[in-house]
Design a protein around this ligand. Structure first.
Ligand SMILES: [Ca+2]
Ligand SMILES: [Ca+2]
Length: 234
């Protein structure tokens, strides 16, 4: 039997993907699906004013998913990742991936490297983050982001080679992230083959052997718990 949590007949891929992630404990709030749904706060006023922070650039619309309190907390946490001298010009600085991954909210996430990669705007592909990148990430993982936005980013996170489609290799890596790469936990070759076959049977609607974004979003839409489990809260 394949010992992967959530893997039963009829359980959609989305459940496998996110509900198999480490469960929340009282100390770890990041995957807490019971955090409650906060009202969508559509910040019509410029965010800079709302948050009391001076931004010399216009922030993207996606950031409307964060509340003023969340932005202020993000600002504080990001600032703490910078050295004293760097804190003078926080908006011009990038925090290296190694530092970002010291945040407990990311440290235990099996997709931490991919998350940095997807949200980093660094042209070097080093996963470093500007404050704007950091806010983008928190916005997508916030309670208020829509399921469509979350599934779009989940797809990008799972698309390990960034080629716009989830093929067998991506799915294999994804499963290994969930089970861990240790000899005791990882799936055998035949279990892996079976699992990927199941995932494709369920998701690959046009039968081209890979899962594209709309196929992925279709599967995710059948998992009502997805949006509440795709979450990082500082
Ligand atoms: Ca791919
Ligand atoms: Ca397909």
């Amino acid at each position: 039997a394949i010992a992967l949590p959530g893997l039963q007949a009829g359980v959609p891929l989305a459940s496998l993907l996110w509900q198999a992630l480490p469960r929340p404990s009282s100390a770890l709030r990041r995957w807490d699906p019971g955090g409650g749904v906060r009202a969508v706060l559509a910040l019509r006023a410029p965010l800079s004013r709302a948050a009391g922070i001076t931004f010399p650039f216009s922030l993207s619309q996606e950031l409307t998913f964060l509340t003023k309190q969340e932005i202020l907390l993000a600002h504080k946490r990001f600032r703490e990742l910078l050295s004293k001298e760097e804190r003078e010009s926080i908006l011009q600085k990038r925090v290296p991936k190694s530092k970002i991954l010291t945040l407990p909210e990311l440290k235990a996430n099996p997709f931490r490297d991919r998350i940095c990669r997807v949200f980093s705007t660094s042209e070097d592909g080093d996963g470093s983050m500007s404050f704007e990148d950091f806010l983008d990430m928190l916005s997508v993982f916030s309670d208020s982001a829509t399921s469509e936005i979350k599934s779009h980013y989940a797809f990008r996170i799972f698309d390990f080679d960034d080629d716009g489609t989830l093929d067998r290799k991506d799915l294999e890596k994804l499963v290994n992230c969930l089970t861990g790469e240790g000899d005791e936990t990882r799936l055998s070759e035949s279990e892996m083959d079976q699992l990927i076959q199941n995932i494709l049977e369920e998701s690959d609607i046009d039968k081209d052997g890979t899962i594209n974004l709309s196929e992925f979003q279709h599967v995710i839409s059948r998992s009502p718990d997805f949006a509440s489990s795709f979450k990082i809260v500082l």
